[in-house]
Design a protein around this ligand. Structure first.
Ligand SMILES: [Fe+2]
Length: 390
């Protein structure tokens, strides 16, 4: 994260004696990325963050099998057809993945257990519902349209605030950050960036939970483990630094528009290892008098394009069966573009006075092929590949 934040009580100088009201020392913990060479935060615990009493292996909930997109085809998956239930961690239904990223869908109704993903950062896009992310950094409420970015190793849990929470979860094998080109040399958002520090929300006060032995589900490259801590890990009285979970709402993304069609990099929101996340938001239509206001056919030879349609209407996909909740996967090896008739329809709509593109979608472009997960295969509309000849 690019900016410094202080929450709760901390000592004036780091690594100095900081005492509890009973005279004992608070336990200082550094959470830091890339060894000691990147962003970090210092947390002050009431109890030792090292005190564990048990370690047990855990079988992964549900199937995590991935299979190649073979025979190669553009695909349409309907998350609308996936079951509801479970929580936002164990209830993830795997859609697609590769060595860099895994993307799942959840329609959660229950609180998750405490969870620590030590393989990489997570970005959870809340499609609908209200939820609270509780972590050692404090609580962070989130709702429809929020991206919630959780740094590697953060102990947290998801608590739905009444009703179902639908979300797309992105698990990276590394860090998820704002694109470098949006930031100054020292990390401040630049004026041309489509969002800035004021648009980001983070925990504002400590979250203390008194409790004895507490299990935490830990994901590492080796698999899943349940570590039991002697004391509840939510015992942090204060922290400071540049590493913490934060939320950013897609409605705060300020679209960048051109007279003629602008390509997806203008929609980029985050970057991860070998993938990007983009936000397609409502915006003025391309305004050149001769503009074609839908995308041209394109073949991004190095990318698979995974697009989650979360709102609005999709002129370019009319007649394809794609609706709110749908996901299209346009893989490398296949040229994709608007459905037949969409180009003329978009030009006619402008003549009739249409001035805005009313679309809302979250796109993940990966630079290595995406394999298909069990949830995608279970919710596939197998006719989509032939929709350009209908
Ligand atoms: Fe595309």
């Amino acid at each position: 994260m690019p900016y410094y934040r202080v929450v709760g009580e901390i000592p004036r100088k780091r690594h100095t004696q900081f005492r509890r009201p009973d005279g004992g020392l608070y336990s200082e913990e550094l959470m830091g990325e890339e060894g000691f060479s990147s962003d970090s935060s210092l947390l002050y615990h009431r109890y030792l963050p090292t005190a564990i009493v048990k370690s047990e292996a855990v079988e992964p909930p549900g199937s995590t099998d991935l299979r190649p997109n073979l025979p190669l085809a553009p695909r349409h998956f309907r998350t609308q057809d996936l079951p509801s239930g479970g929580d936002l961690v164990a209830g993830r239904q795997l859609l697609a993945g590769n060595g860099d990223v895994r993307v799942s869908f959840a329609a959660a109704t229950e609180p998750s257990e405490l969870y620590r993903n030590s393989m990489g950062d997570e970005c959870v896009y809340v499609q609908s519902g209200r939820v609270r992310l509780e972590s050692t950094y404090g609580a962070l409420p989130a709702a429809e349209g929020d991206y919630v970015v959780i740094p590697t190793g953060t102990i947290h849990r998801w608590v739905p605030l009444g009703g179902e929470v639908k979300a797309l979860t992105v698990e990276a094998a590394g860090h998820i950050r704002p694109p470098k080109r949006y930031l100054s040399k020292y990390g401040q958002f630049l004026e041309h960036a489509p969002y800035c520090e004021r648009d980001l929300r983070a925990p504002a006060e400590p979250l203390i939970v008194e409790g004895g032995e507490t299990p935490v589900l830990v994901r590492t490259r080796g698999g899943l483990t349940r570590l039991t801590y002697r004391n509840h890990p939510f015992d942090v009285v204060g922290w400071d630094g540049c590493l913490y979970p934060y939320a950013f709402n897609i409605a705060d993304f300020e679209p960048i528009v051109k007279g003629i069609h602008a390509p997806p990099p203008v929609h980029q929101t985050f970057e991860g290892p070998n993938f990007v996340i983009c936000s397609f938001c409502p915006r003025p239509l391309d305004f050149h008098p001769e503009a074609v206001p839908v995308p041209y056919n394109h073949h991004n030879v190095d990318s698979d394009e995974f697009m989650f349609y979360v709102g609005g209407d999709y002129t370019a996909r009319k007649g394809s069966g794609i609706d709110v909740g749908s996901i299209s996967l346009h893989p490398a090896g296949f040229t994709h573009g608007p459905q037949p008739g969409a180009v003329e329809a978009s030009i006619a709509a402008v003549k009739e006075g249409k001035t805005t593109a009313n679309e809302l979608a979250v796109m993940i472009d990966t630079f290595r092929p995406l394999d298909l997960g069990p949830a995608a295969l279970a919710a596939e509309d197998s006719e989509y590949a032939w929709s350009w000849v209908r």
